[in-house]
Write a new protein. Sequence first.
Length: 273
Amino acid sequence: MSKDPFRIRDHVADFDDIVADLVARSAATRNALSMVADVAYGEGMAERLDVFFPPGRRRDLPVHIFIHGGYWRMFSKRDYSYVATTIAEAGAIAVILDYALMPKVRMATIIDQVRRAKQWVLANISDHGGNPAALTVSGHSAGAHLATFLFNGEPAPSNVRAALLLGGLYDLKPLQDSFLAQEIGITDEEVAMFTPLAHRHDPLTKATVMVGANETPPFHRQAARFVTNLQRQGSSTTSLVLKNRNHMDSVRDLGVPGTQAGECLIKLIANDR
């Protein structure tokens, strides 16, 4: 039997070791950086975010939102605090989001949550020394999918200057025939409503679409299609394949300045690409 190309554990031998490393790095980051934890952006139990600060004076700092992956059904913001290390290295405020998980909620709820989290940032980050006019976003896997909903549709402009999308899912239809059918059961309605390839995006948002060289073929195909789609809509879009990286070590690299992914994140925040 062939392996499911969407079941990451089947294709990353050290999956559990990498996850354990992410958790350890995240705990170290929470100890090392000044932060405000569990800020409510809504009434739901999962509607919380963590704000991390770079050293020094907090005034008109750039702001970066990161959205974790896990196929909309696992992980939390605490598992991905480590990404704030790179964001702080870039001199920016890091906002790491939580959201409710499928199948307890449906995808419409999650997308509404991340959009409301962005609105909280735009309305409140200046109170923490951030500049809402210098907002960038990133996401990994399902988080990259969710991040597209921060710079699409109406109203325009989105107020997102740039987006980094890593190992993302931009066409939900193939997932209906994957192992996820039993775990979250993506519906036909969700495919139609929440496939990023079916949406228009803010052409003022500069997008960087990245995929690890060692990812399975569907991730490469979806990334290429989404880049073409954004470019046809007039977006300034960059495509990048990360050398010798898979679905998991690529996202670990986002929290490691000096790696290919980490340096891309720093440059995106610094508006240097």
